[in-house]
Write a protein that binds this ligand. Structure first.
Ligand SMILES: [Zn+2]
Length: 433
């Protein structure tokens, strides 16, 4: 069980996902997923994993967590019918500036969620050791409302899927923002342990994630929060990430892990305030992988598009135990990566590291103290098999494998430049350093 052990990796992607558009100047760019996928292809990483075109989630899937009236709203609202809805409905479901109603919104939700659910099912069927969906990881969406650019919480849906077969699921979140809605969904259960590392303070979104949020009732001590300050660097981050994750896994003994790899914790993110390099971010992914547990790897935030693509491509290579060149291969979006055209460009810190050794030691001590309150891993009686999945029948596996090669070709040829993204107005700072 070492990091050099080769693992079976399944990768889920739908070429449509990069074509949605939140609107001019909105920092969330689904187009980043096209860049990521294209870079992964041009590094040849697709040859080392099973590549699947992810299917769309259906109504039944979405309702496993979300309320019926919220899903009904998402399925019917559109920019052209927005004026027909009462202001009360729009505010009730929290749509507006951060979570805008854009063309194809519901399709977008079904696509990114379908990938995460299907990836979880792949792990449940023991058909993959690691399953990746960079389109997923939207950790702020609540049962009946949108939040922080997230509409459907694919993470909660995927964890619910894993719980059909796994007694204990560990959720780890390295996005710069607190993984609030995942924590909230599992706050009173010991079946899921959530651990979030994030910026906390100065009214930073979403405003939750203090050390004292530890879970409640049966879930007491099964929520872990590591609040951090501006400018945290690789060394400081890993000095708290590794011991916390090591102790969590030792005490909780999860049978599966879900890792949310939000790339807004990287230095120079358009919205973030941390100072992680792509290597530092990736070191967390490698560390989680080193435990050798079945792992679902998801995306999340990340608003400096070119660095998101670099980061998730690099992390794909780490999951595959494959070294890739620092010189980027030519790809459909090559011009985005100038002037250096490197996988690991030099990063100039925008924020001083406010996390003193004393601050980090204190947080670490409090978190580890809470972990010691976990006497032992809870046992769960798994006395009956769950119902079959709605759209993903394991019996179809063989058929899928036969189709795989065809699917590979389709996805591999699917990437193209999205003119709307590339030629956005001058206020859009995607292409800034
Ligand atoms: Zn975020």
């Amino acid at each position: 069980m070492t990091s050099s052990t080769k693992r079976r990796v399944s990768y889920f992607y739908n070429p449509e996902v990069g074509n949605f558009h939140f609107g001019p100047n909105h920092p969330m760019k689904p187009h980043r997923l096209s860049l990521t996928h294209n870079l992964i292809l041009n590094y040849g990483l697709y040859k080392k994993m099973s590549v699947y075109k992810s299917r769309e989630a259906n109504l039944y899937d979405l309702k496993q967590f979300h309320s019926e009236d919220y899903i009904d709203f998402l399925s019917r609202v559109s920019p052209s019918t927005l004026h027909l809805w009462q202001e009360a409905s729009l505010s009730r479901f929290n749509v507006g500036d951060d979570c805008p109603i854009f063309d194809g919104l519901y399709d977008f939700c079904k696509i990114y969620s379908g990938g995460s659910i299907e990836a979880a099912a792949k792990i449940n069927g023991d058909l993959a050791d690691i399953a990746v969906n960079w389109s997923g990881g939207l950790h702020h969406a609540r049962k009946d409302e949108a939040s922080g650019f997230c509409f459907i919480n694919d993470i909660v849906l995927a964890i619910l899927e894993l719980l059909k077969y796994h007694p204990r699921v560990l959720y780890i979140d390295i996005d710069v923002h607190h993984g609030d809605a995942v924590q909230e969904a599992f706050y009173i259960t010991d079946r899921v342990m959530t651990v979030s590392f994030h910026k906390y303070g100065d009214s930073f979104f979403p405003g939750t994630g203090e050390v004292s949020e530890i879970g409640d009732k049966k879930g007491k001590y099964y929520s872990v929060n590591v609040p951090l300050l501006d400018g945290i660097d690789d060394q400081t981050y890993t000095s708290i990430f590794k011991p916390v994750i090591q102790k969590t896994i030792e005490f909780y003994r999860p049978s599966a892990i879900v890792l949310q790899c939000g790339a807004d914790s990287l230095a120079c993110d358009r919205l973030g305030c941390f100072n992680l390099s792509i290597k530092g971010h990736g070191e967390c992914v490698s560390y989680v992988k080193s435990f050798g547990l079945p792992t679902l790897v998801l995306g999340g935030g990340g608003y400096t598009v070119k660095n998101v693509a670099r980061c998730w491509t690099y992390e794909t290579s780490l999951l595959l135990d494959t070294d890739i060149s620092n010189d980027l291969p030519f790809n459909d979006y090559f011009e985005y990566f100038g002037p250096d055209f490197q996988l690991h460009p030099d990063i100039v810190a925008r924020f001083d590291n406010q996390n003193s050794k004393q601050y980090v030691d204190d947080i670490k001590m409090r978190v580890l103290e809470n972990l010691r309150s976990l006497q032992h891993a809870p046992s769960v009686q798994m006395d009956r098999l769950p119902p079959d999945l709605s759209y993903f029948e394991l019996q179809q596996e063989q058929e899928d494998e036969e189709e795989e090669e065809k699917i590979d070709v389709r996805i591999i040829s699917g990437a193209k430049t999205d003119d709307r993204e590339y030629y956005e107005d001058e206020f859009d700072n995607d292409r800034d350093t």
